[in-house]
Ligand binder design. Structure first.
Ligand code: 9MR
Length: 747
C-alpha cells in the first residue's frame, strides 16, 4: 500500500466545501450498503492489507497480527477501495472490533484511496478484548468513485491483535440530529465572580413571568434570593431567557450554586484567585507554542517535546528557507517564533497583533492605576528566561519579535525592508503531527505591506519597552521598525493573495490604512518625532469611528494604535480627543452588553458570529477596560468584568471556552500536537487555552454536518475536527491574556 497521509483535511477539498452552498441530503433515498463482504463469512476478499500484517479469517471475522515498532497509524492497515461516495449524502459507518491486549486504538477512516488521500471522516476508538460495536453517522463532502474504508493500526511500540466483523457503510441514512448537551438551564460564570464585582446569570426557560432564584453556598444553605427579570427571546441563541443579578452578595467562598426554575447551576466561586492563575496560564500558553526550541518538561510537565523545525530529519527546518517559486532567490533563517495555532505555520500579520497585545498587556500595567506589572515580571511564567531580571512577559514576546525581525527582506534585495507575509509548509499536513515530525518543505511567501507594518508597529513598541533591559535590542528593533516603515511607504499596496491558502492560512488584507496608522502611532509613541505625529494626525483613521460590533483583530488593527495613543503618556496634540473616542466606543459596547441577556459586548450584524468570536468578545472588553483606565468610572470596569462571565460559561452552550477553567470547558481544540481526542497518548491543550468559539460560517465539514442551520452562539462544537469553530491561536490567547490580567488587577 502506498503511504497514506494522516490528513484530517485537505484544504483544497475543504475550501471547495466551505465555499459551496451546504448540500441537502437527498430526501427519501434508499439505504444502500457500500462495503462489499463486510461479514467475512468465507473470505477476506476484496479487503487489502499492508505487507507487514499477517491477516486472515478467524471465526468468521478478519483478524490481523499487527507488528510493534511502526511510527505512524497508516504504516499498518487494512482497507477496501473503490467505494462510491455521494456529496451531501449521509452515511452510517459501523463495525465490530476487538483489540488484544486492551487499550489499542484503531483509526477508522472513510477517505480517498488515491493521492492526496484526503480523509472525509475518521474516528479513533480505543478497543477492548471482549469487543464492541461502533456506529457513526457522517455526511460526505465530495462525490467520488475512489473512496476507501480503512482501518489504520500502526504506531504501537508493541505487537497486538486486531479483529473486525460486520463492517458496513450504509448510504442514504437520515442525517444525525446533533443536540449539544447544555446541562442545567441556569447559566453562570463557572469559574468565579469577583467579591466586589458584578454577578449576573442567565436562565433559559419558557416562563414569561418573573421567577424566584436562590443563591446557595457550598453546604446548600440559601445565602441570597431574589427574582429573575424576563428578557424575552435572545437573538444570539434563539432561546427565551431571564436574567439574574446577584451582585449584592459579596461574601467570598467556593462551590456556590444558583437555583431557579427547578434547575441548579454548575458551581462557581466568589473569589479572585482563579484570575491570578488565569493571568499566568493565558500567558504561559506561548512557551508551548514556541518553534525552534525544545519545550522543557520540567517547565511544562506533560508538554515537553523536541524542538520543531530545526532541520532534524524528517523536519526540513526553518534555518534556510527558500521562497515560493518565482518570489525571491535568497533563503532566510526564520527559526524561532510561535506556531500560529494548531498548524505549524508562522505568519507575520497574526504574529504582529499577538505580540502587540502581549506587549500592551505589560505596557497597560505600567501606566494605569490598577496595573500590577510585576505580576507578569521576572520569574512568573516558568520559561527558560525566568530569572534573567527581565519581565517574563517581555521575554516571551521577544521570542516572537526575533522571528518577526528575521522575516524582513535583507538589504540589497528587491523589496528590502519589507516583511515576508508568512512561512509555512508547502502542503497542509494532517493531525496529529508533532512539530519535529513535520516532513514538509517550508517556504517563504511574498512580502506584503500589511506584514511590513505589523513589523514596524511591534518593533517600534518593543523599542520603548525593552530599553530599560537591553539597549542594544531596543536600538535594533527601532532601526528595523524605521526600515520597515520606509519600505511600506515605498510599497503601500502590496497585498497578500487571498488564494494563497495551501499549506497555511492566507491572512489576506487589502485595507492597510489601519496598519499604517497603528505603525505610525507606535513609532510616534517611541520617538515623539514630528513625521510620525503628522502621519497620525493626518490619517483619516485617527478620527474614524473604529469601535464597531465585531471589534478588532489581525485584519482590523486601528484600535491597537488608538488604545496605545490613549494609554501611553505622550505630548500628542489632541490626546484628550483620542481618549474620549475610546470612551465613546466603550459606551457603545456597554449599551450592547446591557441589551444582551447573556451580558456580552458583542452583537455582530445579522447575528453572524465571526471566526474567533471569543477573542472579539474579549477585545471589545479591552475597550471597556481601557475606558475604565481612562475615566475610573466603575461602569466600564464592571462591563469588562461581566464579559468574562460569557467566556467562562454564562452562554447558550453552558461551556467555558478556556481549557481547564470551569466544570465543563473546551479542551479538544484543533491542534496537531495537543491531539488527545485522536491519540490518547497526547495531552489536551494546556490550561488557559482559549477556543475560537462560535463561528456562524462553519467552514469545516464536521461543523457543517453537526451544526447546519445553527443560530449564533450555537455555532460551536468542542471537537478537534472543527477547525473553524474550535482552533486555538496566538492572537486569541493574547486577548485572553490581556483581559485576564485586567481582571486580576482589580483586586
Ligand atoms: O483567524 C483567522 C480568521 O480570521 C480567518 O477568517 C481565517 C481564514 O483565513 O483564518 C484564521 O486564521 C487561521 C490561519 O489562517 C491559519 N492558522 C490558524 C488560524 C486560526 O484558525
Amino acid at each position: 500500500m502506498k503511504r497514506r497521509r494522516t490528513a484530517l483535511l485537505s484544504l483544497t477539498a475543504l475550501l471547495a466545501t466551505a465555499l459551496a452552498a451546504l448540500p441537502a441530503a437527498p430526501a427519501g433515498a434508499d439505504e444502500t450498503e457500500q462495503v462489499r463482504n463486510g461479514g467475512f463469512d468465507t473470505t477476506t476478499e476484496p479487503w487489502w492489507t499492508t505487507g507487514n500484517l499477517t491477516a486472515g479469517l478467524s471465526d468468521g471475522r478478519l483478524c490481523a497480527d499487527v507488528p510493534g515498532g511502526t511510527a505512524n497509524r497508516w504504516d499498518a492497515a487494512v482497507g477496501q477501495n473503490d467505494i462510491a461516495l455521494v456529496k451531501g449524502e449521509s452515511y452510517r459507518f459501523s463495525f465490530s472490533a476487538t483489540g488484544s491486549p486492551a487499550g489499542h486504538v484503531v483509526r477508522a477512516i472513510v477517505g480517498l484511496s488515491v493521492a492526496p488521500y484526503d480523509t472525509y471522516y475518521e474516528v479513533t476508538p480505543q478497543l477492548s478484548v471482549s469487543g464492541d460495536r461502533y456506529s457513526y453517522t457522517f455526511t460526505s463532502p465530495v462525490d467520488t468513485a475512489r473512496g476507501q474504508v480503512g482501518f489504520q493500526l500502526g504506531g504501537s511500540a508493541d505487537p497486538w491483535r486486531f479483529c473486525m466483523d460486520d463492517v458496513s457503510l450504509l448510504g442514504g441514512v437520515p442525517p444525525e440530529q446533533y443536540e449539544p448537551d447544555t446541562g442545567p438551564r441556569v447559566r453562570v460564570n463557572q469559574v468565579a465572580y469577583l467579591p466586589a464585582g458584578p454577578k449576573n446569570a442567565t436562565l433559559v426557560t419558557d416562563a414569561t413571568a418573573r421567577l424566584p432564584w436562590q443563591l446557595k453556598d457550598a453546604g446548600g444553605a440559601v445565602v441570597a434570593r431574589g427574582s429573575t427579570v424576563p428578557r424575552g427571546v435572545d437573538v444570539s441563541s434563539g432561546q427565551n431567557v431571564h436574567s439574574i443579578d446577584f451582585g449584592a452578595y459579596r461574601t467570598r467562598g467556593t462551590g456556590f450554586t444558583l437555583v431557579a426554575d427547578g434547575q441548579t447551576s454548575r458551581p462557581f466561586d466568589i473569589d479572585a484567585s482563579a484570575y491570578q492563575r488565569l493571568r499566568l496560564d493565558a500567558a504561559k500558553y506561548y512557551y508551548t507554542q514556541r518553534s525552534g526550541t525544545p519545550i522543557r518538561d520540567d517547565l511544562r510537565p506533560g508538554y515537553g517535546r523536541p524542538a520543531g523545525h530545526l532541520g532534524v530529519a524528517p523536519n526540513q527546518g526553518d534555518k534556510d528557507v527558500p521562497c515560493r517559486p518565482g518570489v525571491c532567490d535568497y533563503t532566510l533563517d526564520v527559526t524561532g517564533g510561535w506556531y500560529d495555532a494548531g498548524d505549524h505555520g508562522k505568519y507575520v500579520v497574526n504574529g504582529g497583533i499577538s505580540t502587540w497585545e502581549l506587549l500592551s498587556t505589560y505596557e497597560r500595567a505600567l501606566h494605569t492605576r490598577t496595573g500590577q506589572a510585576d505580576r507578569l515580571g521576572d520569574g512568573t511564567l516558568n520559561i527558560p528566561e525566568s530569572g534573567n531580571k527581565v519581565p517574563d512577559l517581555l521575554d516571551e514576546a521577544r521570542w516572537e519579535l526575533e522571528f518577526l525581525l528575521r522575516m524582513q527582506v535583507p538589504e540589497g534585495e528587491p523589496l528590502a525592508g519589507m516583511a515576508h507575509h508568512k512561512i509555512h509548509d508547502e502542503q497542509w499536513t494532517g493531525l496529529p503531527l508533532m512539530p519535529h515530525d513535520d516532513p514538509q518543505k517550508r517556504e517563504l511567501h511574498p512580502p506584503t505591506t500589511a506584514a511590513t507594518l505589523n513589523l514596524a508597529a511591534t518593533a517600534a513598541q518593543a523599542a520603548r519597552l525593552y530599553k530599560p533591559y537591553d539597549k542594544a535590542f531596543a536600538a535594533k528593533t527601532l532601526a528595523a521598525a524605521r526600515t520597515a516603515w520606509a519600505a511600506a511607504l515605498a510599497h503601500p499596496e502590496v497585498y497578500a493573495d487571498p488564494n494563497d491558502g495551501i499549506g497555511g492560512g492566507a491572512y489576506p488584507d487589502t485595507t492597510v490604512t489601519d496598519e499604517f496608522y497603528w505603525a505610525a502611532a507606535e513609532l510616534y509613541l517611541t520617538t515623539r518625532e514630528k513625521e510620525f505625529e503628522r502621519y497620525v494626525a493626518n490619517s483619516p483613521v485617527h478620527t474614524a469611528d473604529i469601535f464597531g460590533p465585531l471589534g478588532f483583530d489581525w485584519a482590523r488593527t486601528a484600535a491597537a494604535g488608538r488604545l496605545d495613543l490613549a494609554l501611553v503618556p505622550s505630548g500628542l496634540p489632541g490626546r484628550d480627543k483620542v481618549r474620549a473616542s475610546v470612551v465613546k466606543g466603550a459606551d457603545r459596547y456597554l449599551a450592547t452588553l446591557k441589551a444582551h441577556p447573556y451580558g456580552l459586548p458583542y452583537a455582530p450584524d445579522g447575528n453572524v458570529y465571526d471566526w474567533g468570536s471569543s477573542h472579539q468578545v474579549l477585545n471589545n472588553a479591552v475597550v471597556l477596560a481601557t475606558a475604565y483606565d481612562i475615566t475610573g468610572a466603575t461602569k466600564y470596569r464592571d462591563g469588562a468584568l461581566q464579559t468574562m462571565d460569557y467566556i467562562l460559561g454564562r452562554n447558550a452552550l453552558n461551556i467555558s471556552y478556556v481549557t481547564g477553567y470551569g466544570e465543563v470547558n473546551a479542551h479538544n481544540q484543533h491542534s496537531r500536537w495537543y491531539a488527545r481526542q485522536l491519540d490518547p497518548k497526547q495531552p489536551n491543550p494546556p490550561a488557559g487555552t482559549l477556543a475560537g468559539g462560535p463561528n456562524s460560517s462553519i467552514q469545516d465539514p464536521l461543523a457543517q454536518e453537526k451544526l447546519r442551520g445553527c443560530v449564533g452562539q450555537f455555532c460551536y462544537i468542542d471537537d478537534i475536527r472543527s477547525w473553524s469553530t474550535n482552533e486555538h491561536t496566538i492572537n486569541w490567547n493574547a486577548a485572553l491574556t490581556r483581559m485576564a490580567a485586567f481582571v486580576a488587577d482589580q483586586v
